[in-house]
Design a binder for this molecule. Structure first.
Ligand SMILES: Cc1cc2nc3c(=O)[nH]c(=O)nc-3n(C[C@H](O)[C@H](O)[C@H](O)COP(=O)(O)OP(=O)(O)OC[C@H]3O[C@@H](n4cnc5c(N)ncnc54)[C@H](O)[C@@H]3O)c2cc1C
Length: 347
């Protein structure tokens, strides 16, 4: 049993063997192979982010599409404290329904390198693993030593989506990883994977819908069919836990539509003479949310002076810091006291 912390106190189970990943160097090593990056399973998510950021700057763009999709969430997922504690292996094994990285790792065809007393083996981090299906799952005695995250290919398109109440420190309501591979220099689908988190008790795959769409061209008819198939396959009963059923169903289709547009835009960029540019209206749907440093201003009526407390909050501070309440208790918050005319000098 591999113990790392967060779940340690929740079960009273006795574990005869406890592995501490900090002492197992293989679980921290990062190496580059001809297939992709192999990342030690004990690396925390903040390290994973830094490794991928470096890879994205050093490698050709066509190889790093999965890495860029992962980075989209690694910059905002939970908060910096969680990202500095949670490990890649723990994230994968715990398989929370709303965990954001598993759908992307799965569509990116990641491979888990496992080890146990019985030896070593590799398994795919696919939808069957995420659903905990027996032959595709990790055994009780195995640990994930490292994870191979393959390079993407030229005709690959990979996207990540997440809808949450806030950009940081909020679990996804629904998230998704989507990938399509086209026959070289065409828009004919050779492989398609679509996974959703936040819908069921684990990450769900629209496997059957994807299989039916193989061989189709990437056009409006395909999109209509895809939406219909996905809504039939990814069932969300009216009594589903977590509520917001209509909203979550709408998100399934919205993510699909956005992926459709992203891919059309990508096709145009790769083959401008073959695929038309998106209209301005459609392009506007591709706008990215920018995550900046939240800032707020509070005005207090003091006894002998009117002070403006300017609160500048860095990482680890909830997005609601504009209210100031949480910012004052956060040791990383900086406060600048600005003197207004007529009051005493503060700094
Ligand atoms: C407050 C909070 C908010 C969060 N918000 C988000 C979010 O918004 N988005 C998101 O994606 N995730 C979120 N997470 C989940 C987080 O990313 C971690 O994935 C999750 O908490 C698992 O933590 P851990 O890595 O410490 O695993 P642990 O709790 O240490 O491990 C989980 C399980 O996996 C086993 N395990 C760990 N490593 C290995 C290994 N190498 N091989 C085999 N078994 C292993 C452990 O024995 C344990 O049974 C959040 C977590 C918390 C606590």
């Amino acid at each position: 049993m591999l113990m790392r912390g967060l779940k340690r106190n929740h079960s009273g189970t006795y574990h005869p063997i406890i592995l501490h990943p900090v002492r197992i160097s293989e679980m921290h090593v990062v190496s580059s192979t001809s297939d992709g990056l192999v990342i030690g399973a004990a690396c925390c998510l903040a390290q994973l982010r830094d490794i991928l950021m470096k890879a994205v700057t050093e490698l050709p763009a066509e190889k790093t599409k999965t890495y860029r999709a992962l980075l989209q969430h690694l910059r905002t997922l939970a908060g910096e404290q969680i990202r500095s504690m949670a490990s890649l292996g723990g994230h994968i094994v715990s398989r929370g329904s709303s965990w954001d990285l598993n759908p992307i790792l799965s569509v990116g065809k990641s491979v888990l390198n496992l080890a146990s007393e019985d030896g070593e083996r590799q398994i795919l981090l696919n939808d069957r693993f995420l659903a905990g299906c027996e032959p595709a799952d990790i055994n009780a005695k195995e640990v994930i030593v490292s994870v191979l995250i393959p390079y993407s290919m030229k005709d690959d398109f990979i996207s990540a989506f997440r809808q949450a109440e806030r950009q940081k420190n909020a679990l996804s309501i629904v998230n998704s990883g989507m990938r399509v591979l086209f026959r070289p220099a065409t828009d004919t689908i050779v492989d398609l994977s679509i996974l959703f988190g936040g819908i069921g008790s684990t990450t769900l795959s629209a496997r059957k819908s994807c299989e039916k769409l193989i061989g189709r061209q990437w056009n409006d008819q395909m999109l209509n069919e895809a939406c219909k198939l996905v809504l039939e396959e990814i069932v969300l009963p009216p009594s589903a836990s977590g509520g917001k059923v209509e909203y979550r169903r709408t998100l399934l289709v919205s993510f699909l539509f956005r992926f459709y547009l992203e891919v059309l835009h990508g096709l145009h960029q790769m083959y401008p003479f073959r695929y038309a540019e998106l209209s301005q209206e459609k392009m506007s749907a591709l706008g990215m949310l920018q995550s900046g440093v939240p800032q707020g201003v509070q005005i207090y009526q003091g006894t002998d002076a009117l002070l403006v407390f300017k609160v500048l909050c860095r990482s680890g501070c909830p997005d609601t810091a504009e209210t100031g309440n949480t910012a004052f208790s956060n040791e990383r918050a900086q406060q600048n006291l600005v003197k207004l005319p007529g009051g005493p000098q503060y700094k």
